[in-house]
Design a protein around this ligand. Structure first.
Ligand SMILES: [Zn+2]
Length: 409
């Protein structure tokens, strides 16, 4: 079968792909920049309309955060775009990547510069606008080929991945049920290898309320919320000392009042990483116990918000067979792909936990992501697009080992 000519077409798109990454990375699309996200979505809609799929963009739930006063506050999020084609084809695939970046609109890092022929430096070039361009071109090449008939696909583009997908996670979990496999376009490892497993991640906010009093005149009437928070933090970090697969990162500890007033409010924010799914329960039980023990003090009340939002992504048999198939597709392209675990999380954690075998590192090669040094290796744009297009063509004509029937759920 002639897959070659369709891959050659991707090679011819090299310059166009670079230009598109530059254009898109120059648009600020921080997770809370609704104007930027909306402008970016308009550009993306135009580019994806070439695929002639059915488009739908939906509002997602706002991001509920706990503010400095310890009260819930809703921050509105951008819209989520879907593009769907051939919903009744025998093999159904979900592909996606996030639209947002970590750089706020007032951050110094706003525009793309060409370092040399090999590298672009700019906000989101690797994480994940390069991946978005790769996804678009791979699907374009696939749709231009005569092999597309057996595969139906849906693309999702969400605006809130960099803040933990608070609005899009529930939508992803629901949509995952329609598909046999997931392909996500987060940046790959710097050497081009794929990610096999990911840690799980979550965050908690603890709000402690005590009783205010004058520190000199009436100290024993007061209930110091900051002292209670300090105890809470020390005991939470014990969890990390006793479990080597749990990481606790206490950050942003605050309390109210002046130094001559007993504070009646303290707020602490804690990041958690876990390697195994069972640790989810261990963490929750430990925190619940700490809350109960602090509340035995008269005058102290504690509210715990949050949880593990992205469960660990483990390498199961179906995901292994997807990785093996991608490796096979890499051979004629001169790639020798391997895969390794990584600590970072992605929406692949959510899709995998929803039962969808997912490879989530098909985006561009690059590095220094989330820093003003973020760069993209431009040759990876056509390289990855060819890999994914070849994977889709071979899957469609039954030349791969992954069998969608196995995973139909
Ligand atoms: Zn990121």
């Amino acid at each position: 079968m002639d897959f070659e000519s369709h891959l050659d077409w991707i090679d011819q798109q090299h310059d166009a792909m670079c230009e598109l990454v530059i254009e898109w990375a120059n648009i600020n699309s921080h997770s809370y920049n609704l104007v930027g996200l909306s402008n970016f979505l308009t550009c993306v809609r135009t580019a994806f309309s070439a695929l002639e799929g059915e488009m739908e963009d939906i509002a997602i739930d706002p991001h509920r955060v706990i503010n400095a006063r310890g009260e819930p506050e809703d921050i509105p999020l951008g819209r989520m775009l879907f593009v769907r084609k051939r919903p009744t084809a025998p093999i159904q695939i979900l592909l996606g990547i996030h639209l947002d970046t970590v750089y706020p609109a007032d951050h110094q890092f706003q525009t793309v510069t060409r370092i040399d022929d090999q590298r672009l430096q700019g906000p989101g070039v690797a994480d994940a606008k390069g991946g978005l361009v790769i996804l678009l071109m791979a699907l374009n090449a696939f749709e231009r080929s005569p092999f597309a008939e057996n595969i139906g696909w849906e693309v999702f583009l969400n605006p809130d991945e960099e803040i933990g997908s608070p609005g899009s996670a529930s939508v992803l979990i629901e949509r995952a049920k329609r598909y046999h496999l997931g392909l996500l376009f987060e940046s790959g490892l710097v050497n081009g290898n794929l990610v096999s497993e990911r840690q799980g991640a979550g965050d908690y906010t603890v709000v402690i309320r005590g009783r205010s009093a004058h520190v000199g005149r009436d100290p024993f009437r007061g209930r110091n919320a900051a002292h209670a928070l300090a105890r809470f933090i020390m005991e939470v970090s014990d969890l990390q000392n006793s479990h080597n697969d749990i990481i606790i990162n206490a950050a942003q500890l605050s309390s109210n009042g002046a130094v001559n007033v007993v504070p009646d409010l303290a707020v602490g924010r804690i990041g958690v990483r876990i390697a195994h799914s069972d640790s989810q329960q261990t963490v929750q039980q430990h925190l619940d116990r700490l809350v109960a023990s602090l509340e035995t003090t008269e005058g102290i009340s504690v509210t715990l918000h949050g949880g593990i939002r992205k469960p660990p992504k483990v390498l199961d048999a179906l995901t292994s067979s997807l990785l093996e198939d991608l490796k096979t597709c890499g051979v004629p392209l001169g790639l020798s792909l391997e895969w390794h675990p990584t600590a970072g999380v992605s929406d692949g954690n959510i899709l995998a936990a929803a039962g969808l075998p997912t490879v989530d590192s098909l985006g561009a090669r690059g590095g220094d992501i989330h820093t003003p040094m973020e760069f993209l290796e431009v040759n990876s744009l056509t390289e990855r697009a060819k890999l994914v297009a070849l994977f889709l063509m071979k899957l469609s004509v039954g030349q791969l080992t992954f069998s969608p029937v196995q995973s139909c759920h």
